[in-house]
Design a binder for this molecule. Sequence first.
Ligand code: ISE
Length: 338
Amino acid sequence: MSINIGVIGTGGIGQGHIERLNNQTADAKVVAVNDINKETAAIVGEKYGAKVYDNPHVLIDAPDVDAILVASWDPTHEEFCTAAIRAGKPVFCEKPLADTSEGCKRIMQEEMKTGKRLLFLGFMRRYDAGYRELRYAIESGRLGNPLILHCKHRNMHPSGAAHTTDMSVTGSLVHEFDVIRYLIGEDDPYISAQLVCPRRAKYADEDLIDPQLIYLETKSGIRINLETFVNCHYGYDVQCEVVGDEASASLPDPSHIQVREAGTIGFEIKPSWQDRFPEAYVVEMNEWVSDIKSGIVTGPSAWDGYVTAKVAECCIESRETKQIVPIDLGECPAFYKK
Ligand code: ISE
């Protein structure tokens, strides 16, 4: 059985997903596309032989479209995910799920009304072999209890001219907020957040605070420090070290050839997330399609999206108030308990 997919948003990430769905995923085909930029949609539609829709809601309701992938502009995610859920169709949403934690809650309400999970949220780091190995090291007990996590998320450049200080948290660090829960387990919720800023980096625009440092604390007392730096210039660099009472373990750098030259041994640091995590995106798409086929959604959920949005809001509040902000996530609905 092949799944017919309709994609809303044919920009960079949308095109990447279309390519993977059509050429690297079993039993999936993109049959419909839409984008606010009609020209891009037309080019992508022609390239992949998919029908181009001017109206995303008509695409969602189209009888020959079995499932929806939302990769449009972040503020539109809530609208399209809600529409897909109301149409009773499985939906993959690129992160972030919604602009606010309240928006995430509204999506959860809609999904719970249907009685079954339909939404799969695109937190692709859960599908990265390195993070999986790190989780296994924690689960195996060889590190002892995790005590501290040191996490770094560095981008060569901001995500675009419109990149804001908040987006370094809501668009970049949300990956860490999610994958840390994947690593340490979801029964140990975050309870407080603090965001502090060192002096501005030389290459950061004047209206951008960059880098930023965050300190999170979990209920059991694990302390996590996180750095976001969107002007690091040297490459796309993601690091994570888990310090336990028996041992520490770090996320492996992707393997590349080592070059010995001019008195050094070195390897390349890839420039972007697409080059850093190519396999994870493919595994993620295959998991989504296999979930659709089995009727059981196993991927990151709307609750996971809510948690990351709430943590991001507390971090931003901490930057503005210069206070440590308590994080109250509330009770996870039984519907979302794994
Ligand atoms: C982008 O949307 C991502 O998902 C990347 O992983 C992140 O590094 C980048 O900062 C975001 O803009």
